[in-house]
Write a protein that binds this ligand. Sequence first.
Ligand SMILES: *[C@@H]1O[C@H](CO)[C@@H](O)[C@H](O)[C@H]1NC(C)=O
Length: 370
Amino acid sequence: MSPLLLLLLCSSAVASGRGDRFTNHWAVRIRGGPEQADAVAEKYGYRNLGQVGGLQDLYHFHHSRVLRRAAFPLRGRHSFIHLDAKVAWAQQQLVKPRVKRSVLRDSALLSFNDPKWSKMWYIHCQDGSGRCRSEMNVLAAWQRGFTGRNVVVSILDDGIERTHPDLSQNYDHLASYDINGNDHDPTPRYDSRNENVHGTRCAGEVAAAANNSHCIVGIAYNAHIGGIRMLDGDVTDIVEAKSLRIRPDYIHIYSASWGPKDDGRTVDGPGPLTRLAFEEGIKKGRRGLGSVFVWAAGNGGRQADHCSCDGYTSSIYTISVSSTTENGNKPWYLEACSSIMVTTYSSGDFHERKMVRLPVLDSDAAQCSR
Ligand SMILES: *[C@@H]1O[C@H](CO)[C@@H](O)[C@H](O)[C@H]1NC(C)=O
């Protein structure tokens, strides 16, 4: 190939942009009605395919002798249409690369080997049930890098199994403390009634490790997770305030899924120390950005309880979280009030699917591995 030809080919490729492809369709603007447009079309060898979507004076012309999908616009008699005085504007149509924004396409790229992954209907629609309603766009968020990386979360509850095979990878001892035992180990107390599994289950929903061939996948599977053991004993204003004051510069998010009795008769809230702890936290915590306090809205729906009667949920310093069932309905335990900031999926009626819980005790540990 001669250098000149090569140069010409290259320059035309550059001139037409990044691999543009021209079609044999034109958009043409001609005033004076369809007869005028037909006349112009005939003059330059086009077929007038009519108005474009009813837009005034705009017509769709087609030229059959033009090479389809050419890499550069071809010259010829038809190209003189651009110079005709009756033509206000003309544009040869380019093929525009367009990609479908389908969720399926995204999620097809993401698959984890955790045995319970396929059952996590509220995160992804790959369970094959055909019952998928919404997966809250979690996969898209993950693919944009929001996986909890560099975020420190601590669960205020009855403890956390720091050696749990699905938690140990993300467990952070600096985000943990045992207020009840007054030491640094938040491991729950085991008893015959298995009372103290709540904190570990909550931690799993947040930050169970992903793709470790074990159990479930946390919604923020790369987050640091810690636990503050404070529910396994008398809960006082001091206990609550101390819990909310554990390393406020280090812990970003304090998550609490407890509160006053949800019996529809109790009106209660944080005492003076805890109120101060909230205020200090949002002003100075997270190195000045403000601590994030996340609160479960309450489960007293059956007792007609109302989360406005819960001073933790209704505090301006907490983000209160409500829930919806698989079918988008209010679950029976839901408490409604104006301080709810966000809602997420949770378990509902018996015929609706439930959340996948982190297996905690030996008795359900078998579910963890394949
Ligand atoms: C999970 O691990 C498997 C190998 O066991 C790998 O093929 C897959 O791509 C991993 N998934 C993600 C999302 O990294």
